[in-house]
Design a protein around this ligand. Structure first.
Ligand SMILES: Nc1ncnc2c1ncn2[C@@H]1O[C@H](COP(=O)(O)OP(=O)(O)O)[C@@H](O)[C@H]1O
Ligand SMILES: [Mg+2]
Length: 272
């Protein structure tokens, strides 16, 4: 990667929705879950979406996550129009770029935790052993390595959600979508899960999370309130220029430059 590419990765627009609408049903039975929806998301934002039940939050996440397509309007993912691409291509992009976390964890009941976590790597081209090693590393990050060969039902809700987070990030996606991830958890497990999301965010990842809990908005850099398929209020609590930058995206040139700077500084100090 050259320096130009490295620069453009910093706080660039990662998601752009323009005039997006989603209709369910036809004719007299038609209703719009999203109405002419516009949204621009910068890399490194942690967006919390709130709003009454039925206002379109899940529909929005499903469209952003390429699990569903809008009826009209445009969706650009890293500047690429993706609303009209084939389901096959959607699936590939989704596997590469997006991690999902759901309210009910969505772990497959008869698969051991490690195999659940390895599932998103099916598209990676790795052999099964490699996939299981990656899954094990991901579980280790969430202190869940000792639960690898448990079945989901043998874990508490908080542990299941941590396994689900390990699954969401196993393929290092740039975007994490979470639909009420703490909705089924007690307050202690909720805090653990939120702290894990905070850590993932601080590493420069983009998170969009739906929640009903106003107390959790303190973790966000931006809070959006939805009403009837549209944005009601949209408040950024962190400036774009203060959003976290992906660590691994620092180009070698930049690292070299910053090393030079520190070397100079320490030289100056030495002279004094
Ligand atoms: N598959 C579907 N078929 C028909 N209507 C749907 C479907 N999914 C969602 N809706 C409708 O779209 C609206 C928004 O739903 P949803 O996005 O699930 O809201 P939220 O997540 O904010 O509770 C609701 O009125 C819901 O009934
Ligand atoms: Mg919902």
């Amino acid at each position: 990667m050259n320096e130009e590419q490295g620069k453009s990765n910093i706080n660039e627009t990662i998601i752009k929705l323009e005039g997006l609408s989603k209709r369910f049903g036809y004719g007299d039975a038609a209703s719009f879950a999203l109405k002419n929806f516009d949204l621009e998301v910068k890399r490194g934002e942690f967006i919390m979406i709130m709003g009454p039940s039925g206002c379109g939050k899940t529909t929005l996440l499903n469209i952003i996550g390429l699990l569903d397509t809008a009826t009209s309007g445009s969706y650009f993912l890293n500047d690429e129009p993706v609303n009209r691409i084939s389901p096959r291509r959607q699936a590939r992009l989704r596997a590469k770029k997006i991690g999902f976390i759901f309210q009910n964890f969505n772990l497959i009941p008869n698969l051991p935790i490690i195999e659940n976590v390895a599932l998103p790597l099916v598209y990676s081209g790795y052999h099964k052993t490699r996939r299981l090693i990656k899954a094990s590393e991901s579980l280790d990050r969430f202190n869940m390595k000792d639960k690898e060969y448990y079945l989901p039902f043998q874990l508490s809700g908080g542990q299941q959600q941590r396994a689900a987070i390990a699954r969401a990030i196993v393929s290092h996606p740039e975007i994490i979508l979470a639909d009420e991830p703490t909705g089924n958890l007690d307050s202690k497990s909720s805090i653990t899960v939120m702290d894990e999301l905070k850590r993932i965010h601080s590493e420069g990842n983009t998170i969009i999370m739906v929640t009903h809990n106003p107390a959790l908005t303190s973790y966000a850099t931006r809070v959006i309130n939805m009403l009837d398929g549209a944005i009601d209020t949209d408040i950024k609590t962190v400036k774009d220029s203060d959003l976290p930058v992906p660590i691994e995206r620092k180009t070698p040139k930049k690292i070299f430059k910053s090393r030079k700077k520190t070397a100079k500084k320490s030289k100056k100090k030495g002279k004094k």
